[in-house]
Design a protein around this ligand. Structure first.
Ligand code: GDP
Ligand code: MN
Length: 379
């Protein structure tokens, strides 16, 4: 899950990374009260999960109560790249001498952690990568070895930061690596990492993505409670289904993540557009299937439903019976195309055959089923 900046800073603080004190608020009055408490100057910051807030007018400096009120009024409700601002983070303003960039993420191809550090911070790192790739010092870290202070020191010197920033940067990078690994993040980014005129190094922004698979090891309830989910994703999540909403009109149900991905591909190949990714996992009993059908059926964009099941341990006839029972429970708005293959597919298809109609079609191959589903969706 992605964290808001203020949550990223709470996460950083758990690992002793220096951040500015501040308060998260949702109303103008609360923003002003927080600013008065913190003491001026403060920065009023829009909390949305998208970068470039500064450029969009979502980050403003306030030197007085009146300015804090004015900025809070303007920023609350602001639309930043399609994200409406509902939360503000009010923090003690910092003096900036220089702005840097620092991050850790996973380089899957290299099977290592990748650290990136640049003296050109405050701007989008993608544009630095394009215009001046040499300005980004990269380090690949073997997870077994970790990042030592010596590694960090060499890395910092390669990035040619102001020498005044060396000690502070080394300290923060070692802590940020710990936060990223021990904290189970997929991404931990500080942009800008600042050097103050007093020579302090400090995280001014925070972009953190946590690995949901590690949630059981942590107390992330607070973070999870503010997640803004697509309504469809919320409903699917509550049913324990692996679901990702997409923009097309062919609803997809498959068993296994790999098959679900292939199903999206084959629907595209047939000229259609999938409405979602949905993996019902190994079992395909009536309960799971009915839950999946409900989620898809509630998506107003869906015009046809493609169920793609490969029987393995769950045999074809069990799957077919599950589908038939589920259909008895859910009243569908869209026609269904089923492709059933794998263990005991013949028995499964026989069971389905008894229920076939204009709105329940069975096809023997994935491609034929996709073509039929796409054709029905576009009718
Ligand atoms: P982003 O635009 O969404 O990445 O938001 P940031 O939190 O990175 O803020 C954008 C820019 O606002 C930073 O690069 C700084 O230049 C500026 N800014 C943010 N906080 C402060 C602060 O405390 N003091 C000063 N002087 N500038 C700040
Ligand atoms: Mn930033």
């Amino acid at each position: 899950m992605d964290l808001f900046e203020y949550q990223g800073k709470q996460f950083f603080a758990m690992f002793d990374i220096p951040v500015s004190p501040g308060e998260a608020v949702t109303t103008v009055d609360a923003a002003v009260a927080a600013a008065d408490r913190i003491g001026y100057p403060v920065v009023v910051k829009a909390q949305v999960m998208v970068g470039g807030r500064g450029k969009a007018g979502g980050v403003k400096l306030a030197s007085t109560t009146e300015e804090a009120r004015e900025h809070a009024t303007n920023i609350l409700g602001l639309d930043i790249k399609g994200h409406i601002v509902e939360v503000l983070w009010i923090e003690k303003a910092s003096d900036i001498a220089e702005e840097y960039y620092a991050s850790f993420t996973l380089d899957r191809a290299a099977k290592k952690h990748l650290g990136m550090l640049s003296a050109q911070g405050g701007v989008e790192i993608e544009s630095v990568a394009e215009t001046d790739p040499d300005a980004i010092a990269k380090i690949w870290i073997d997870p077994v070895d970790g990042l030592t202070e010596e590694d960090a020191r060499r890395w910092v010197s390669g990035a040619r930061l102001n020498p005044d920033a060396t000690e502070g940067a080394v300290d923060i990078l070692v802590k940020l690596y710990r936060a990223y690994t021990e904290g189970d993040a997929d991404l931990a980014e500080i942009n800008p990492l600042i050097l103050t005129p007093e020579g302090k190094v400090h995280a001014l922004d925070a972009k953190v993505t946590l690995d949901d698979n590690a949630a059981f090891r942590h107390d992330w309830d607070e973070f999870a409670s503010t997640q803004v989910r697509d309504e469809r994703e919320q409903a699917a999540h509550e049913k324990g289904l692996q679901y990702v909403g997409l923009d097309g009109n062919v609803g997809i149900i498959a068993n296994g993540a790999g098959l679900a991905m292939s199903t999206l591909d084959v629907v595209n190949q047939a000229g259609g557009a999938p409405a979602n990714f949905l993996d019902i996992g190994g079992g395909a009993n009536a309960d799971v299937m009915a839950g999946a059908l409900e989620v898809i059926n509630n998506d107003p964009k869906v015009r046809s439903i493609f169920i793609n099941i490969f029987g393995g341990i769950t045999r074809g006839e069990e799957v077919a019976n599950g589908i038939v029972q589920a259909l008895g429970r859910v009243t569908l708005n869209s026609p269904i195309v089923i492709r059933l293959d794998g263990t005991n597919a013949d028995q499964g298809r026989e069971i389905l055959a008894a229920h076939e109609s204009e709105t329940l079609i069975s096809k023997p191959t994935m491609l034929e089923a996709a073509q039929a589903a796409v054709e029905l969706a576009n009718r």
